[in-house]
Ligand binder design. Structure first.
Ligand code: ATP
Ligand code: BTN
Length: 246
């Protein structure tokens, strides 16, 4: 594409920066990308912190205007996860695994996270900011603050050309977003299920109110996660849901 890729040294959060940009630049084009070397307030889901030290890691956000409304945007983390898979497969020949709804794993360790933020109407056009944090070379000082198993690309591949990664990721994302716009998750469900990090595993799912336990059977046609409990399938959708291996 011929969209700009904007580079910053330091921002609070690349997602927040693009969200603010929406207010001041009403003509921002779909496909506009913003990358920073460091985030002072990198965000995960539910107000959690994304460790974003200065160095080689990737902090990336992609703007996209979506016509079909917020409801239809629900399955989007699925499409974005596949785009990250595609980019890493094309560049390095690796097969990452996907943890529903928004994490990327390599060797059972968290390599990247996705944070999709929306602004607009429930029906009708809405603005999407797709944030991706991908560890390339994690400095030791920051890794101490990550309270779960994590990894970075350098550990598995060696030295990484970050510009090449940004360009490929942008290309893979554009392709998956067009596919999503044209046919929804139709062709993506079975692809995603092959990459499911928790496939066939016993997991617990917490919704805030309650915990569920079951075998993880993958996603359904809407992108919800399916758990099998006593032979019965139960589906859970989006929002404030967390999955853990038992
Ligand atoms: P879930 O979303 O299913 O609850 P989660 O525990 O991974 O899973 P998220 O909000 O998706 O929660 O991600 C934030 C978490 O990711 C942090 O609490 C921390 O454990 C971990 N984390 C923070 N920074 C990094 C990083 N740079 N690389 C890997 N993991 C990180
Ligand atoms: C998660 O696993 O909870 C998602 C983490 C998403 C982190 C990325 S880094 C670029 C963008 N800007 C942010 O503040 N968050 C996302």
């Amino acid at each position: 594409t011929d969209c700009p890729i904007e580079y910053h040294a330091i921002v609070d959060s690349t997602n927040s920066e693009l969200m603010r940009r929406l207010q001041s630049d009403l003509n921002m084009a779909s496909g506009h990308v913003l990358v920073a070397e460091m985030q002072q307030a990198g965000r995960g889901r539910r107000g959690r912190t994304w460790q974003s030290p200065f160095g080689a890691n990737l902090y990336y956000s992609y703007y996209w205007m979506f016509d079909a409304g917020m409801q239809a945007a629900m399955g989007l983390s699925i499409a974005v996860g596949l785009a990250v898979y595609d980019a890493l497969k094309v560049l390095y020949g690796i097969n990452v695994e996907l943890k529903w709804p928004n994490d990327i794993y390599l060797n059972q360790q968290k390599l990247a996270g996705i944070l999709v933020e929306l602004e607009g109407q429930v029906e009708g056009p809405c603005h999407l900011v797709i944030g991706i944090g991908l560890n390339i070379c994690m400095p030791e000082s920051a890794s101490k603050h990550i309270d779960q198993a994590w990894t970075d690309l350098q550990t598995h591949i060696g030295s990484i050309d970050k510009n090449q990664l940004v360009v490929q990721l942008t290309h893979s994302l554009s392709e998956r977003l067009v596919q999503y716009k044209e046919s929804g998750l139709k062709e993506m469900v079975s692809q995603w299920n092959r990459l499911n990090a928790f496939k066939g595993e016993l997991v617990t799912l917490s919704t805030g109110q309650r915990q569920w336990c079951g075998i993880c059977e993958g996603i359904d046609a809407q992108g919800g996660i399916l758990l099998r409990q006593d032979g019965e399938l139960k589906a859970f959708y989006g929002g404030e849901v967390s999955l853990r291996k038992v």
